[in-house]
Design a protein around this ligand. Sequence first.
Ligand code: BTN
Length: 260
Amino acid sequence: MTGNELSPRAITADLGTHFVGQRTIYYPRLTSTMDVARKAARQGAADGTVIIADEQTAGKGRLKRVWLSPKGNIALSVILYPGVSHLPYLVMLASLAVARSIEAVTGLKTEIKWPNDVLINRRKVCGILTESDVRGNKVSYAIIGIGINTDLKTADFTNIPAETTSLAGESGGSVLRVAVIRHLLVEIERLYLALPDETVYEEWRDRLVTLGKKVQVTSGNNILRGTAESVAKDGSLLLRHSDGSSTEIIAGDVTLRYQK
Ligand code: BTN
């Protein structure tokens, strides 16, 4: 044992949550925790069930991208059954929970790039993918997928964006995955149980590095440029263009144009 192995017992022992992570299912290797979580949710998995893997062979990113997920990093999905009014908050609470947990365990300062990338020193350390199945006014299930580059050797990959980092890279040493995961599950539950809570929206908004910056947003086939003016409580971004008009962006990928 190097002390950084994952095991359900190490994650759940005296975790102190009511339901998030109380049932944690660990896989050394799987395609994607999202696939396994979706199947489990459809079969009625308990609220707060966590699917966690040491390695994903087909990790999924936002906007149909690939998420690199070799051994040694954090890849997990949390199954929840929220009310429909809570859905927009999942993106906010997930990125907040990650930001708080990284800061608590490593002491590193984090920022959030809209909608939910967690950055350290302006480089991405965590990506979050949410998925839900809504029928009418009822949420059948929601899944929060979280990937944290704990020990990702960015130099080993050619197909990785330049602005990618890892906890080990930023802290100059190895970071205990289990400590980050346990913090994360506690924070997710704390924030989730507090919903609907204005402070979740407010803290997420206040941590966004994006606001007030000149940005380029790729949304579908469109590339839009402007100033990221504000975010609404449904999580959408208001982009103000140079001619004074504005666009509300529901989903997209933001490039900060001020940097470097
Ligand atoms: C992104 O930034 O594009 C989102 C990345 C989300 C990655 C996580 S890792 C755990 C879960 N399983 C997946 O296949 N994807 C999410």
